[in-house]
Design a protein around this ligand. Structure first.
Ligand code: MG
Length: 263
């Protein structure tokens, strides 16, 4: 099932507040009552065409976006290091989240803003110390993310909060696929149509069960928390005005443009 969050067109008679829905194979959205993360899938009588709405980030993390660094060996190598023995984790603020087709704002402080295409997990319920064999109990679904990074500031700071924490630096979407099972599906990132990253998800070093077991042994996870699972090799800068698209087979594709650098 594809769960979308959207702004209805004013002519649709659905009001102007963001709504959740289920996207079907005919590109129609069956409108839901409330947020499916808090109260389940409750259909209404309303339907709207995908073409008549603006898709939003399919989840607004109430508390946090947790990210895994250096989780593909070839990306760790291009960053000059080995794959770590334990997952390396960091946070992006929930205020960095934007949706499909929203603009990534290039901050004045940075001269180099990079894309990192990543698989994202959406957590369904409050949980702590989740054993690897039970992680399916706490996963709501999967979506696509771009762990946008001010690469120059990452190097200068020695830790990543500023470099990865700017507003707009966490595009996610276009929807949450609740039936996705990560395997050999490819993650493909294109910049202005040119392929920059292309690798099967099976190349991840730490897989989803290990990642959730590890993170939940550190911190309590809440419904709507999002976990970014690392990027493959091929990261690089996004020039002003560029369009970056991250596609994951079996989920969908997420496109965003980059603004000119702020002055
Ligand atoms: Mg990353």
């Amino acid at each position: 099932m594809r769960i979308v969050r959207f702004s209805p067109n004013s002519s649709a008679g659905l009001g102007t507040d963001p709504l959740f829905g289920v996207l079907n194979d005919q590109d129609q959205i069956l409108v839901l009552r409330g947020d499916p993360l808090f109260g389940g899938i409750v259909p209404t009588e309303s339907k709207v065409a995908l073409a008549d709405v603006r898709l939003l980030a399919p989840v607004i993390p109430r508390s946090k976006v947790v990210c895994v660094g250096k989780n593909y060996a070839d990306h760790a190598a291009e960053m000059g290091s080995d794959v770590p023995k334990e997952p390396v984790i960091f946070l992006k603020p929930n205020t960095s989240v934007i949706g499909p087709n929203d603009t990534i704002q290039w901050p004045r402080m940075s001269e180099r803003v990079d894309f990192e295409g990543e698989l994202a997990v959406v957590i369904s319920r409050i949980c702590k110390d989740v054993p690897a064999e039970k992680v399916d109990d706490v996963i709501f679904g999967y979506t696509v993310a771009n762990d946008v990074t001010a690469r120059d500031l990452q190097k200068v700071d020695g830790q990543w909060t500023r470099a990865k924490g700017f507003d707009t630096f966490c595009p996610i979407g276009p929807w949450i696929e609740t039936e996705f099972i990560p395997g050999s599906q490819k993650i493909i990132t294109t910049l202005n149509g040119e392929v920059k990253q292309s690798e099967p998800l099976s190349s991840m070093n730490f897989k989803i069960p290990q990642i959730i077991e590890f993170i939940s042994s550190v911190m309590t996870l809440l419904p709507g928390d999002v976990i970014l699972t690392g990027t493959p090799a091929g990261i690089g800068p996004m020039p002003a005005g560029a369009e970056v698209t991250v596609l994951i087979e079996g989920i969908g594709s997420l496109s965003n443009k980059v603004s000119p650098r702020a002055i």
